[in-house]
Design a protein around this ligand. Structure first.
Ligand SMILES: [Zn+2]
Length: 302
């Protein structure tokens, strides 16, 4: 080789290092942004209903969604460079009693309940327990399309009819039970309650005997609120955080007694979605009626 071409070699060596390095950095960036997009896509968020209630996995995934600024659960993820858009949204806390065909307005048919759960699933809703929802309300970080499914009174139809449908959708729920009801006709037994709890259902208190709390004396009030919490905690071997007013009745004093007993939230029968502006001990809910169609159901939770 002629001497005058020798000067090319140092350039070839430099190009040999720079080009592969640049390509590998570009690959890494591509992989990184692909992973970010994958992580932020709602269909990649697993509804792990079998996880324990206090598991933080669901919260972490939801926090990721907030951080990524996902403005719609079915929308296009924001580009990595976009600023996180944390919106202060509301949470529909759905209220159910009995699932099945019955004479009173407490019933929602199995078919309607299934259609409502499938609506939530196919429309990208993430279902959280009441205690997880409380945390979002406190932190003022509410991802879009989050809802809570609650059942009052602890009817056996929750286990027999609602639970298989919730399992189909991998949804958790929150069940408010009266601590003196387990084993009574048409109510969940302690075994049912324990099975639901170990399957990811949060168990809250609906008092001990279901009186209107505005109509009982102070001693009875303590038993209904603190006594019920102690019984549930002892039976389940876990903390009970959430309370639900029997008959929906409360006065100025009752939220304070509930708070002092160690509960972290209480739900009423007032119609509406919960926001961070609500008193945590007077949270409204969306009652699902027997006559609700999918369109009225959808409209109520929007
Ligand atoms: Zn009730």
């Amino acid at each position: 080789m002629k001497k005058k071409y020798l000067y090319i070699f140092p350039f070839l060596i430099i190009l040999g290092i720079v080009i592969p390095f640049t390509l590998s950095m570009a690959d890494l960036n591509d992989i990184k942004s692909t992973l970010e997009v994958f992580k932020s896509r709602p269909e990649n968020i697993v509804h792990n209903r079998k996880a324990p209630v206090n598991d933080t996995a669901a919260s972490t995934e939801l926090a990721t969604r907030i951080e990524n600024g996902v403005s719609s659960a079915v929308g296009t993820p924001s580009p990595p460079s976009a600023k996180p858009q944390v919106k202060n949204l509301s949470i529909p806390i759905l209220m159910y009693h009995e699932i099945g065909d019955g004479p009173s307005s407490l019933y929602v048919s199995e078919n309607n309940f299934r259609a409502q759960m499938h609506y939530l699933r196919s429309n990208g809703y993430t279902i959280v327990t009441m205690n997880q929802a409380r945390e979002m309300l406190v932190n003022k970080q509410i991802p879009p399309k989050v809802a809570v499914i609650t059942f009052d009174d602890g009817y056996v139809s929750i286990y027999n009819r609602a639970w298989p449908i919730l399992e189909e959708c991998a949804f958790p729920a929150t069940v408010y039970v009266c601590s003196s009801f387990p084993g009574l006709y048409n109510y969940l037994t302690w075994d049912h309650i324990k099975l639901l709890h170990s399957g990811g259902v949060e168990i809250g208190s609906h008092s001990h005997t279901h009186p209107a709390l505005t109509a009982v004396n102070p001693t009875a009030l303590t038993q209904e609120i603190s006594g019920s919490k102690q019984i549930l905690e002892q039976k389940l071997g876990t903390k009970v955080y959430s309370f639900c007013y029997p008959t929906g009745a409360y006065n100025e004093n009752t939220p304070k007694v509930i708070k002092n007993a160690g509960y972290t939230s209480a739900v009423t029968v007032k119609f509406g979605k919960a926001t961070s502006q609500n008193d945590l001990y007077l949270l409204p809910r969306i009652r699902v009626f027997k006559a609700d169609t999918i369109s009225t159901f959808a409209k109520n939770i929007q």
